[in-house]
Design a protein around this ligand. Sequence first.
Ligand code: MLT
Length: 272
Amino acid sequence: MDDHSHDHDAVDFYMAYQDSCDVPALQLIHGFPLNGSMWQPQMEDLANFVRVIAPDLRGHGQSEPTPGPYSITMLADDCADLMGHLNVLTPFVVGGHSMGGYVAFEFYRRFREHIGGLILVATRAAADTAVARENRDKMIDLVQRRGVTAVVQPMLDVLFSPKTYKSDPELVQFVRGLIETASSEGVIGALQAMKERPDSVATLPTIDVPVLIIHGADDQIIPLGEAEEMAAAIPDSKLVVLPDAGHMPNLEQPDAFNDAVIDFLERLGIED
Ligand code: MLT
């Protein structure tokens, strides 16, 4: 817990130092086609407990787009490189929302030695079905022809609990703004990456770090049953189901979400 994960390059000997950021880290990886600002309530509340790092994946938010194709492995490597660059303490916790969960599984497979816990938010372990893959192609075609604008409303219509549209229209507008900042390259790249992503079902029983699964009871994109199946297959897991939350539980029920994360960090013994 008290070692930096990477030596820094500037000196040719191991130089110890103190750093006011010397607290355990939590990386939060956003879903499609959002960006790190989706974690705003977590940046505000959890930063008292851990160092929260919320990247924008390539082509999303303020991160530069690169030409495709993208893969989940490439996105996981980007996230791991960022942690190395920031010289965070290890082990750290990796959390992923939906597509970010697909990245988190890959991060775990590739860099298990750095990970002390996983948080899986509104995500699933299974790869795309044949129908889902066809839908990815249709969406890629739509974005190629009409740009990101074409996917904004169809996404917004399914992202939340039916109750959220009435109770919190400002939140819906906030998320609209997040989607609108994604680039076409980023959206197409992410769709390709998700379409080709590996199945993580076989990974579940091999996960030997504690896992917190958080899912909205009203998720219209990934049914709750998939989270229940993950919880049953992962040896050390806890499932927290948030009522009146859809696919964005961290934004729809931020207090309950943050409480679940803080409990988890306390259990891991890595909150500051
Ligand atoms: C996401 O929210 O990241 C995506 O909707 C997940 C997916 O399309 O598989």
